[in-house]
Design a protein around this ligand. Structure first.
Ligand code: GMT
Length: 379
């Protein structure tokens, strides 16, 4: 198949899913083009046979900001005209599903081959941004007009139907996120001090300052019994400064490490005793899945699709979203009992292998594309 993939060039989340999907489809001998306004970090390493199109557009004094979405749409249309695409797969509804539909309609108007649009909903494109009154009418249109719509969890599928009245849940297929089990695998265990790790873009929804507060509580308990631990924070973003300020205020400079953006995630995830997710929303929790594949137990909030990824009490420990003390208690129990956290880590690896193996999930996308091409599937 000739497949176009349209995504945000993000360090995590949908940018990673789209990049890994592009690589896997190319490995399966499809012709794959990826379109974005910058190089997605996961593809920058080794794009292999994926042809990456970075379209940024030209600035012009009349524009408040350069409309790179229009430049991307023009590039896709050009490519479709010269080489042809069977499927255009948009990741994240805003603006990509809208852009993909616009290209489909421009192609039809120009008498080009039909182009099928698949939209994958990732999370905040439904729960926050796409649901904002300034974008909601267009998000609803994008979902209704796509040839197929997928959501990364059952929870996100239900939330989509609830947030957008008239959008039937039955028209949305759940295809979960996936992990490369070769790349993300358990490494040698670490005999240093017990550690918890967190990876994110430090947006408000990730609540990194709240996580630092919870770790401070946990450390207080551990220290009172002569035990030690550290929290490793990977990534960067808007709440980085506040998280650092709280760590300083609590006198945790020697216990909270800020590593900034990192590429070699398995080396950071596998030695940890716990992976922490303190989010208020999490449609899936891809970074938690990557940690699970590395054999690391998850301590998280019981929100969105996270309970579909982490089996509470087996592959990790979840607690209600506002339960700071409960989160701290879960941290204490994984950091003080390394045998228990190692057992949960092994269960996490087993669950990642059974349910979220890259090869199995990519087959589900290929099946969806095939059905669309055969003309017996539509949203
Ligand atoms: O929706 C976002 O916050 C951004 C998005 C992304 O593009 O990075 O993350 C979402 O998509 C990921 C990949 O499907 C999911 O693993 C994340 O859980 C989800 N984030 C949220 O729902 C907050």
């Amino acid at each position: 198949m000739r497949i176009g993939i349209l995504c945000h060039p993000t360090y995590g989340g949908s940018g990673v899913v789209a990049s890994e999907l592009a690589l896997s489809l190319a490995e399966n001998q499809h012709r794959v083009h990826l379109f974005s306004h910058d190089m997605p970090p996961r593809l920058a390493r080794a794009p292999g046979p994926v042809e990456v199109h970075v379209a940024q557009g030209s600035p012009y004094p009349l524009f408040h900001s350069t409309p790179h979405d229009l430049a991307i749409m023009s590039r896709i249309l050009d490519l479709h005209r010269s080489e042809g695409l069977d499927v255009l797969h948009a990741h994240y509804a805003i603006p990509h599903a809208v852009s993909a539909l616009q290209v489909r309609s421009a192609a039809a108007q120009a008498g080009l081959e039909p182009l099928r649009v698949v939209t994958t909903l990732h999370g905040t494109d439904i729960t926050l941004v796409g649901n904002d009154p300034s974008y909601a009418p267009l998000t609803r249109y994008a979902i209704a007009a796509s040839d197929a719509v997928t959501a990364v969890s059952e929870d996100l599928k239900e939330r989509t139907a609830a947030n957008f009245h008239g959008v039937p849940a039955c028209g949305i297929e759940v295809i979960p996120n996936f992990v490369d089990l070769e790349e993300f695998r358990p490494g040698a265990s670490d005999s240093g001090r017990p550690s918890a790790v967190h990876v994110s873009n430090f947006r408000r929804v990730k609540r990194v300052p709240w996580l630092v507060e919870a770790f401070a509580l946990a450390l207080e308990d551990l220290s009172s019994r002569g035990l030690d631990a550290e929290l490793v924070l990977v990534g960067d973003g808007p709440q980085h400064g506040e998280a650092r300020r709280i760590a300083q205020q609590r006198g945790l400079e020697d216990h909270v490490k800020f590593l900034g953006l990192r590429d070699a995630l398995p080396d950071l995830l596998s030695p940890a005793d716990a992976f922490c997710v303190a989010s208020t929303e999490e449609s899936f929790g891809l970074s938690a899945l990557e940690a699970m594949a590395c054999g690391t137990a998850v301590v998280g909030t019981s929100v969105g699709g996270l309970p579909e990824v982490v089996e509470d009490g087996v592959s990790g420990l979840l607690c209600p979203v506002d339960d700071l003390e409960g989160f701290a208690r879960h941290l204490v129990s994984t950091l003080e009992d390394r045998e228990r956290s190692a057992a949960m880590g092994a269960a996490a690896r087993e669950r990642a292998t059974r349910l979220f193996d890259r090869r199995q999930v990519v087959e589900q996308y290929e099946g969806l594309y095939q059905r669309l091409l055969q003309g017996n599937d539509s949203a």
